[in-house]
Write a protein that binds this ligand. Structure first.
Ligand SMILES: [Zn+2]
Ligand SMILES: [Zn+2]
Length: 330
């Protein structure tokens, strides 16, 4: 009898919490949509171009070689002209030093002290370098000393370097801006997520001379529709490459707690029983097909095997696997 009362109480509490969450979600979604509607984005002046660009995934859910670590978090080294840009800092779920990211950097011969900038797409644990970093609004390359110097960091919200690797100097990027010749942020785009709450995410854009705009995306919480729409407002050139995460944990996911697909729970601005469906993947395919992409490389860290297989089969020429250690030359 007592057990039945207890179970009823727990279910009741869950129902109340879900209702509160739904109200918060609806309000947050309205707020984000209104901010997007009221943001007027002008073409970006003087963004310049680079002659060459490559993207080396330093960390992702898959690795090209057995000596590289892998995890459901990402970090890419973007070489744009003469600039070496570290995009995101991985997950380091086991709080290691060296972190999987630092381990892979050492194996791939990437010197942290030789970076020209760090670009943080958004303040989620799999991009800031860990759960504690997410909680404390900090970021880290590893849970131990890493020589980073006073490298500039561009983040969409206020974050601070962790005590392990101090030195980097953070600038908050709200609006689209040029970061280096041929390199820009498309600016922070807001979204309200179930469980994770509000997020602001930016994507990196590189203008490769004679080719167009390459977009490097973290988790893609902004939605690919809004990212492409923003790129069209900012740049005269077409988007020819899309590299990174689009957050499609549909029919599977990379982080499971028992039967629960955690990424599906956290990654939509709709309740989990409504959002992140196969139809959203199909809609993204239609949009991306309209771009005539030369390269499409999607991160496996936040998309399911099913979702990736849909893109792979719809883009037989443009599709590239995104794996740690496999450089993509644009
Ligand atoms: Zn992510
Ligand atoms: Zn995220």
């Amino acid at each position: 009898m007592i057990a039945a009362y207890f179970a009823g109480g727990v279910l009741g509490l869950l129902a109340v919490l879900t209702c509160i969450k739904l109200v918060v979600l609806a309000r947050g979604r309205k707020r984000a949509l209104s901010e997007i509607r009221n943001t007027s984005v002008e073409p970006l002046p003087g963004y310049g171009s680079v002659d060459r660009c490559s993207i080396m995934p330093l960390l992702d859910f898959h690795a090209a070689r057995g000596d590289l670590k892998r995890e459901p978090g990402v970090s890419y080294l973007v070489k744009a002209g003469t600039k070496r840009i570290l995009v995101d800092l991985g997950y380091n779920h086991a709080k290691e030093h060296p972190s999987p990211l630092l381990h892979n950097m050492q194996i791939l011969g990437v010197d942290p002290s030789a970076l020209d900038m760090i670009f943080i797409s958004h303040a989620h644990p799999d991009h800031l370098g860990g759960m504690r970093e997410h909680r404390d609004r900090t970021f880290s390359v590893s849970r131990g000393k890493v020589k980073l110097g006073r490298v500039p960091v561009f983040a969409p919200v206020e974050v601070a370097p962790s005590a392990h690797n101090p030195g980097p100097v953070v600038q908050v990027v709200s609006w689209p801006r040029v970061l280096a010749p041929g390199v820009a942020s498309i600016g922070a785009i807001p979204r309200e997520l179930f469980l994770m709450g509000p997020v602001r995410e930016q994507a990196l854009a590189v203008h490769v001379k004679g080719k167009g705009i390459a977009l490097v995306i973290g988790c893609g919480h902004q939605t690919i529709e809004r990212i492409i729409e923003r790129a069209r407002m900012l740049f005269r050139e077409p988007v020819f490459a899309v590299v990174g995460g689009l957050h499609f944990p549909v029919k599977g996911g990379r982080i499971k707690v028992g039967p629960i697909n955690v990424q599906k729970l956290v990654g939509s601005d709709l309740p989990p029983w409504k959002g992140l469906r196969a139809s959203e993947v199909e809609r993204a395919i239609v949009l991306l097909k309209s771009l005539d992409l030369e390269i499409l490389a999607l991160s496996p860290h936040d998309s399911s095997d099913w979702a990736l297989s849909r893109f792979r089969s719809e883009f037989p020429v443009a599709y590239r696997e995104l794996k740690a250690g496999d450089e993509i030359v644009l």
